[in-house]
Write a protein of this length. Structure first.
Length: 201
């Protein structure tokens, strides 16, 4: 394996850390003293910390993907994304995924498939995103997201969602990553026969 033959690289070390901006619980900005493997010291290396969040891609028994359409301040546009939200201090990522699915779509799922946990920015950290695929989703209540923005719920057929994703129809990196991982995992579930036939459209 190529990866097994690669030489080991040394980690950087963190010396002093100073808090520059504290907007807890939403954001903290730090200034780090970074010590490189060769002994050089880099002053003022910034580290941004935000709460971890989840994004959960829901699939119902008709093979449709549930999305939320709303205005997003970060892209300053109307955009589509799967249900997502910040992890509360007293809950696990899986619990947050189940809560967001219920709050934003009014759904519960038969199964939750973890798709991975990822750092948002390779240089400055930025927080960690946890992605899930929720299969066998069914509506149990009215949505009650409690968010500031007006929201619309859309259920797209799987192949329509795939085409939209391939055309770059999503503007948020987290949504692009979560949906891409979900599509790959759905293909695997379809191949091994563990996904209901309706969902293999």
């Amino acid at each position: 394996m190529v990866m097994d033959s690669l030489p080991k690289l040394k980690h950087w070390e963190t010396g002093d850390r100073r808090l520059l901006i504290d907007r807890s619980p939403w954001m903290r900005l730090y200034e780090d003293e970074v010590i490189l493997p060769d002994g050089r010291i880099i002053e003022g290396y910034l580290r941004l910390e935000t709460p971890g969040y989840v994004a959960v891609v829901p699939v119902n028994d008709a093979g449709e993907i549930g999305l939320v359409r709303s205005y997003k301040r970060g892209v300053d546009a109307i955009d589509l994304q799967p249900p997502a939200g910040v992890i509360d201090s007293d809950e696990l990522p899986l619990e947050c995924a189940q809560r967001e699915l219920l709050e934003e779509l009014g759904c519960r799922s038969e199964s939750m498939h973890p798709l991975g946990s990822f750092v948002l920015n390779g240089n400055y950290y930025g927080g960690r995103a946890h992605f899930y695929l929720a299969t066998g989703c069914h509506i149990v209540s009215e949505p009650n997201a409690g968010d500031l923005e007006e929201q619309q719920i859309i259920w797209l057929p799987l192949e329509e969602l795939r085409q939209l994703w391939e055309k770059g129809g999503f503007q948020q990196l987290g949504a692009v990553a979560a949906l891409g991982l979900a599509l790959s995992h759905l293909d695997k579930l379809r191949q091994d026969g563990s996904l209901k036939q309706e969902g293999s459209a």
